[in-house]
Design a protein around this ligand. Structure first.
Ligand code: KE4
Length: 433
């Protein structure tokens, strides 16, 4: 790997003009004690930094790029749309087409509203749930991240967990009081909170596959029980599928487990790498959203033709494809290889894996929630990360994020990656001893 001389200089310049030198905290590489690499271009499964280093990429823009970087048909769709204007501030038919694909793919969604980010989607879904139920409290789970709206920055995952500050300053005290928090995969604690406060809870919001404390998979009955308990108390159930939407199948993770939420939030993949978020649900709930209803939510660039074109191209490529079985095979192949490396090195670290998502945790505990996730040794992870980068593999710079495989990755990429992981594990152990 070439010395990141140009990245270092760019980072110095960026820090003069941008808080922390980045436009989203987790990109700052703080948790791994390095300066971030500035990327010049990306294609397929690879990214290239401004110091002419090539990496196999498992960030994939934090999830949107299930088809890899610069997919030719997505690029073509964006370029074609751009030639006809990037934003009209008026309805266009591409919005109907994308809404149609989403509603057809996810049976619990009768109507859907496009927004520009996952944060806008979850913030709007919470407001809608409060209005629809006439209640104020929202319940979330420790380690889940639903974007940076005030309601959700309480014991949150992703960049907050990465920075070690799971609850952000700046949230009004009484506001924070409207957010209840309990443990992921803990039905008993959920039932207790509802028995105490159920009549005040507008909604439970949950990542049906948790991707912001590293990958944490719901235990078998957990999501069913979330559905049962919210029904029991007349609260809504919001599935935050910003990561999981169209990641594990053509639709939501809800399609695979047959649990229907009242509202679903989406993002990432449905934008194909451009800024798109969405929230949708049953007709009678979505009827409350302005201008059909009285719950206000708006956005200058919501549904713009450029982002819609990228989302349409992406979902049309995924629809009726065999890409999900390809991704499943690659995921299995990756995890098998990593496990063999761990065994050969006598290491008993945990791997959580689902489809094309995986997380290698530097802990011997089974990772099922926030507490077991944070038992990971982030110092060894940082050493591992730096060594892996030196081997040409680009993981998310945080123990508490998910590695994503795209359909642009090949078995050869996985072989290279597994070899690199073995070397990085070995050198990080030597450093640790
Ligand atoms: P955005 O506002 O970043 O588009 O989406 C927020 C969001 C909502 N819900 C879930 C389940 C999410 O994972 C996210 C955002 N994910 C993080 C990475 N885990 C975004 C990366 C970043 O913050 O830079």
């Amino acid at each position: 790997m070439n010395e990141p001389i140009k990245s270092r200089a760019s980072f110095a310049r960026a820090q003069e003009l941008i808080p922390g030198g980045v436009n989203s905290p987790v990109r700052a590489f703080k948790a791994v004690g390095l300066d971030p690499l500035f990327i010049e271009k990306a294609s397929g499964a690879k990214i290239y930094d401004i110091d002419s280093n090539e990496f196999i990429d498992y960030v994939c823009s934090w999830g949107p790029l299930i088809l890899g970087h610069a997919h030719p048909e997505i690029v073509e769709a964006i370029c074609h749309a751009a030639e006809m204007g990037t934003s009209y501030g008026a309805p266009c038919e591409k919005e109907i087409e994308l809404a149609e694909l989403i509603c057809d793919a996810i049976p619990s969604i009768d109507k859907v509203r496009m927004v520009n980010s996952g944060t806008e989607a979850t913030m709007s879904a919470a407001r809608l749930a409060r209005a629809y139920t006439g209640r104020d409290k929202i319940l979330k789970f420790e380690g889940c991240y639903h974007g940076h709206a005030d309601s959700f920055l309480i014991k949150a995952g992703s960049g907050l967990l990465t920075s070690g500050v799971p609850t952000s300053p700046g949230i009004p005290v009484d506001y924070a009081g409207s957010t209840l928090v309990t443990r992921y995969n803990d039905i008993e604690s959920l039932q207790k909170i509802f028995d105490l406060s159920g009549k005040d809870i507008a909604a439970v919001i949950i990542e049906p596959i948790a991707g912001n404390m590293g990958l944490v998979i719901p235990e078998k009955e957990f999501l069913l029980e979330c559905r049962r308990i919210t029904d029991q108390y007349g609260s809504l159930l919001i599935f935050d599928e910003v990561i999981s939407g169209f990641r594990t199948c053509y639709g939501g993770y809800q399609n695979l487990i047959n649990v229907q939420p009242d509202i679903t939030t989406l993002g990432k993949i449905i934008g194909g790498g451009l800024p798109v978020g969405a929230y949708g649900g049953r007709k009678e709930i979505m009827a409350r959203v302005a201008p059909e209803g009285d719950v206000y939510q708006a956005g200058t660039l919501s549904g713009n033709p450029l982002a819609m074109a990228a989302g349409l191209a992406t979902l049309n490529l995924l629809k009726n494809s065999d890409l999900y079985s390809y991704l499943e095979d690659l995921g299995q192949y990756m995890v098998k290889g990593i496990k063999e490396s761990l065994v050969s090195l006598g290491l008993e670290y945990e791997i959580n894996h689902l489809g094309s998502m995986f997380s290698l945790f530097f802990t011997r505990k089974k990772v099922t929630d926030y507490d077991t996730a944070v038992s990971s040794d982030t110092h060894i992870f940082a050493k591992f990360y730096k060594a892996l980068l030196g081997e040409g593999v680009y993981f998310p710079p945080s123990q508490f994020e998910v590695c994503f495989i795209s359909s642009a990755h090949t078995k050869r990429d996985i072989d290279t990656t597994v070899t690199a992981i073995g070397k990085a594990l070995e050198s990080s152990m030597q450093e640790a001893n």
